[in-house]
Design a protein around this ligand. Structure first.
Ligand code: SF4
Length: 352
């Protein structure tokens, strides 16, 4: 047990010991750009510097869901390039990786292609396909037994997670099952509360590419980050989050609203679409009367409803000048419509 009372120094010390203990492992840092993963990255780098060991490989992973909030996505992508340069220049074997969801799991392929209703807390089909699966696939391709994943989980986020973490042998280390094997999760900020997380972000220097003030401005209104690891400790949906601009799991997208208020007006049409989609979901006339299984109850969106959503996305693409559904996704959507007996002729192919 450390005698250091400052919680940030304590976290750095525990992380230093962890790095020394697993100095031969591949360390993978899960990064979303949000406050928790930013603090974890900073604490990890501070601890690595103190550890005086040379880790064979450090990788920062970022999940590109294809529907990440465009302002935050641009911020994280730019940041990752700068961080990679900065840390590599220090002589460490450091890389960043963008992980993408498999085609069939992409948000609009599910909604427009297969007719899935937009996700809610009770039917949150999105997180597994968009975030957890790509991360699992990446780790499986490594040597899981020799991999440590650094995750920005904190014990105070919910009572359920507190109970679950309290049962674990060590607060900082967790075992994660993946397929037939398992790997270690290391939680550097597990004992920190929100103000201390922000203190760590402002107080720790490296990577210098991270501008704490900019992050704080962007973070206004967002209270959580979507989980990328399937575990009992994964946080529940928060009321606003660093995540997908399409997220209908939250009742209101406070994060986007705050960003628009603080000058990111380019997000306004995205937020409008998201609100429209959340209402559209509740219109029973847009759904089949039976589920795919044949059981009675609201089923997938009708083909007409899917067409309507696609038309709205096309309008949003025109308005925002961005590609929201790429050619590959459009191709799969067309095939999925074909499987639901839709005459393909009506499909807008112009952007394929
Ligand atoms: S941010 Fe929302 S839509 Fe995106 S994966 Fe998480 S819960 Fe699903």
């Amino acid at each position: 047990m450390s005698l250091i009372e400052d919680p940030i120094l304590h976290a750095i010390e525990i992380t230093t010991l962890a790095i020394r203990a697993r100095s031969d492992a591949h360390w993978v840092i899960a990064f979303s750009g949000g406050k928790d993963s930013t603090a974890s990255l900073k604490i990890f780098l501070a601890a690595y510097k103190r550890s005086n060991v040379s880790i064979p490989k450090i990788t920062v992973i970022y999940c590109d869901t294809g529907v990440e909030n465009p302002v935050l996505d641009a911020y994280v992508r730019g940041l990752l390039v700068e961080v990679e340069n900065e840390v590599s220049n220090l002589g460490h074997r450091f890389e960043t990786r963008l992980l993408k969801a498999p085609l069939q799991d992409r948000f609009f392929v599910r909604i427009i292609g297969r007719g899935y209703p937009p996700p809610t807390n009770n039917f949150r089909w999105c997180t597994t396909g968009l975030r957890i699966k790509p991360v699992s696939a990446f780790i499986e391709k490594q040597d899981p037994r020799n991999t440590v994943v650094v995750l920005g989980l904190r014990k105070s986020e919910s009572d359920q997670r507190d109970r679950s973490l309290a049962r674990s042998e060590s607060l900082y280390w967790q075992k994660q099952r993946e397929g037939k094997g398992e790997y270690d999760l290391f939680l550097p900020i597990v004992e920190l509360d929100v103000p201390t997380v922000w203190d760590a972000i402002f107080w720790l220097d490296e990577p210098k590419a991270i501008d704490p003030k900019r992050l704080e401005r962007m973070y206004r209104g967002a209270s959580g980050e979507c989980p990328i690891i399937k575990s009992p400790q994964a946080p529940p949906c928060a009321s606003g989050r660093f995540g997908c601009w399409t997220c209908t799991v939250v009742r209101k997208d406070k994060s986007a609203k705050e960003l628009i208020k603080s000058g990111y007006s380019q997000l306004a049409p995205f937020l409008e679409f998201r609100n429209w989609l959340a209402d559209f979901r509740n219109d029973r006339s847009k759904r089949w009367n039976t589920r795919r299984s044949g059981a009675p109850g609201p089923g997938p969106f009708t083909i007409a409803a899917r067409q309507e959503i696609l038309k709205k996305v096309d309008e949003l693409e025109d308005r925002s000048g961005s590609i929201i559904i790429d050619a590959e996704e459009r191709g799969l959507i067309a095939s999925l419509w074909g499987m639901d007996h839709f005459p393909r002729l009506n499909f807008k192919n112009a952007k394929q």
